[in-house]
Design a protein around this ligand. Structure first.
Ligand SMILES: [Zn+2]
Length: 256
């Protein structure tokens, strides 16, 4: 049985029998993989805390015939601040699910790993979880080659002016109000949302704390990115419903 070490973040866990769990772990070295954490369901079990979602650890794994098995671990960061706030948990779980949905198993992507880890630290630092998530979504889409095109109208090439724009999921970009008949799958948004997307793309992670985004632009950002991601994945993520409940409670907005 081959053993190997990896640095990984737990994306999700499912119970296996009464004592064990299967973890989905995103590792920097080997990409996404599944491994059994034996005894992690037992109270005080050896791998109990390492099997919590968000946990960032150095892991020792043994390759098995069907599933790899966790043999040792050293927790590097457990992100306690994320775990003690309902909004942080909701947005954090959504980011983990987003990575899980977009990545195939055993496809290393160190840039994506570093971006996820960085987003977890940004969330841990007390930065607005919604802004952190929009920033992370845009970084993920850029790394994976699914970046939405918002710099200029897809039809006429003009930069969006004041007023309204239309975002089309199938075109992956915006159509300005001056161009006739927006595509049928479009959603209407304020033109200013394009500049917020560009600002978030270029933002330094440590400056996200100072970023001020008004409610209307937040709603448009959420709407555009939700539609764009849904189109790319061909489904919504499970955590989105929970996110909507939390977001509606926090900012008193209807779900997008
Ligand atoms: Zn146009």
């Amino acid at each position: 049985m081959r053993t190997y070490s990896a640095n990984g973040i737990v994306l999700r866990r499912i119970d296996l029998g009464e004592k064990d769990r299967i973890l989905t772990i995103f590792t920097r070295e080997y990409g996404k993989l599944s491994a059994v954490a034996k005894g992690s369901r037992r109270p005080g079990g050896r791998f109990g805390s390492v099997s919590e979602p968000f946990t960032y650890s150095k892991l020792m794994l043994s390759s098995g015939r069907d599933l790899d098995v966790l043999s040792q671990c050293e927790i590097k960061e457990s992100f306690p601040h994320i775990r003690c706030d309902i909004a942080n948990i909701a947005y954090g779980i959504y980011m983990l699910e987003l990575v899980n949905a977009f990545l195939d198993k055993r496809q290393p992507n160190p840039d994506m790993f570093d971006t996820l880890l960085s987003a977890m630290y940004i969330l841990e630092s007390g930065t607005d979880p919604e802004i952190t998530t929009r920033f992370f979504e845009l970084q993920l889409l850029s790394i994976l080659g699914y970046e939405p095109s918002v710099d200029a109208c897809i039809r006429c090439g003009r930069r969006p002016a004041d007023g309204r724009i239309f975002f089309s999921s199938s075109l992956g970009g915006i159509v300005c109000a001056r161009c006739d008949a927006p595509p049928k799958d479009s959603v209407k948004a304020r033109a200013a949302v394009a500049s917020y997307i560009l600002a978030l793309r270029r933002a330094e992670p440590h400056k996200l704390k100072d970023m001020r985004v008004p409610k209307g632009a937040r709603r448009d950002l959420a709407l555009i990115l939700r539609r764009h991601i849904r189109y790319q994945l061909e489904h919504d993520l499970k955590s989105v419903e929970f996110l909507d409940v939390v977001a509606a409670t926090e900012v008193n907005c209807p779900p997008v």
